[in-house]
Design a protein around this ligand. Structure first.
Ligand SMILES: [Zn+2]
Length: 419
């Protein structure tokens, strides 16, 4: 068996002193300037003569830019600057990909210094050095960054594998270090002989084909309430007010919103990991809904009533519609991504199927009717079958993935066709 390697990210708080803090900010803003200058060059060349500028051409100019030290660019690592140019290159590649795909292109934009929040050193030992506390005489972990100095790191857990890339991130007033480490993939897990489908819902985060509900995260609700209040608070201030004109209270309100967003994102990620682990432990094959990610940001269009001007017909916007739906879609998308990756490591399988009509089709007689479902209750209008609507969805998702149900209505891999 060949051992596969995977990349794991470890994120730690940085503890810079006052002067290091200043240098970290300067490092970000100089990399931001470099990014914008390189973007400017590409734009000008393109609009003047339709000549695309390539990464290699821009990278070749770095030496001269660093030598002419008037901008202070010579202070930083050559490699982190290259990484920044490559980041711009990726933005352009995505832009060209969107054009080819006939999507709205969205030309890469200039970045504000306030929004340019990370710099990556692509190779440990090249303009940066990770010093693990385990091998330090005082037990304190540090990172040496060219132009910044040796910064203390709060390494709250041990890292695994070999450090490949080092990234410094600013999140609000805090600084973080992200180490991308290469490590052996966890091996395959023993087979369980079981499979399931899962239905993603509003009341419950998900429901399995044997009718088990996976609850939504409770602490998230609290923070979402807090976020809604913080956003209302922030909305009292004019939106386009210049940064320098904002009052202290305005700043406080903005910071509070940003902080809650980060907190919620972290909780959601953590929950997705835990839920995915629990499912993978129990099932060999897991069928999920294929999420329509591109369509997901569009709310249903309002429909005017042709009979009565000024009156709008229901547009199919139900409990799942609107902003709530978008937030849930994003959470589910992230969950399915995490589940898929973890499943691959563990030798499990995730099958994504078209979820259309899965919660309105009878699992007993196959009758498909929107009236079969009334919120949580499924009641077949043809054969009278009763069940929880989410479980019906999960069973249909499982059978669409080719998983066969056993006597209890549980899909089982032993009876399933070869997948
Ligand atoms: Zn039926």
């Amino acid at each position: 068996m060949t051992t596969e390697t995977i990349v794991k990210a470890f994120k730690f708080r940085l503890r810079p002193n006052r002067s290091q803090r200043r240098m970290l900010a300067a490092c970000l803003s100089d990399h931001c300037d470099l990014y914008n200058a390189a973007l400017e060059e590409r734009r000008t060349a393109w609009s003047a003569s339709r000549v695309p500028v390539r990464y290699t051409q821009q990278s070749a100019q770095l030496k001269a830019i660093r030598h002419d030290d008037s901008g202070g660019q010579g202070r930083w690592s050559f490699s982190s600057q290259q990484a920044t140019l490559r980041r711009l290159n990726r933005a352009f590649e995505a832009f060209f990909r969107r054009i080819r795909g006939g999507q709205e292109p969205g030309y890469p934009r200039f970045r504000s210094r306030h929004r340019f929040d990370s710099v990556t050193w692509p190779k440990d030992g090249d303009g940066c050095k990770w010093i693990d506390g385990d091998s330090a005489s005082d037990g304190i972990s540090r990172v040496r960054l060219q132009g910044v100095g040796t910064v203390r790191v709060h390494r709250h857990r041990s890292i695994e594998g070999i450090v490949k890339t080092i990234t410094v991130k600013r999140e609000g007033p805090k600084w973080f270090l992200v180490l991308a480490c290469e490590t052996d993939a966890p091996g395959e897990q023993p087979k369980t002989g079981r499979a399931t489908g899962i239905d993603m819902g509003v009341t419950h985060f998900a429901t399995t084909a044997d009718g088990e509900h996976i609850a939504n995260i409770a602490p998230l609700k609290t923070n979402e309430g807090r976020l809604a209040r913080a956003q209302r608070d922030l909305a009292r201030y004019p939106k386009n007010r210049k940064r320098e004109d904002r009052s202290t209270r305005h700043w406080q309100a903005a910071r509070k919103v940003a902080k809650l967003h980060r907190k919620i994102a972290a909780q959601r990620r953590d929950y997705a990991h835990k839920t995915a682990n629990a499912l993978i432990e129990r099932f060999d094959v897991i069928a999920v809904e294929k999420l329509n990610i591109t369509g997901m940001t569009k709310a249903p269009a309002p429909r005017p009533d042709p009979e009565r001007p000024g009156v709008w017909l229901p547009n199919g916007a139900n409990a799942k519609a609107g902003l709530n739906k978008r937030i849930l879609d994003a959470a589910w998308g992230q969950f399915i991504d995490i589940l898929t990756v973890k499943a691959a490591w563990a030798g499990r399988e995730v099958i994504a199927v078209d979820p259309r009509n899965t919660s309105r089709t009878c699992t007993e007689c196959g009758h498909c009717d929107p009236d079969n479902r009334d919120r949580e209750d499924f009641h077949c209008t043809a054969c009278g079958y009763n069940d929880h609507a989410d479980r019906v969805g999960a069973v249909n998702i499982a059978s669409r993935a080719g998983l066969v149900l056993d006597g209890d209505g549980r899909p089982s891999t032993s009876e399933a066709p070869q997948l």
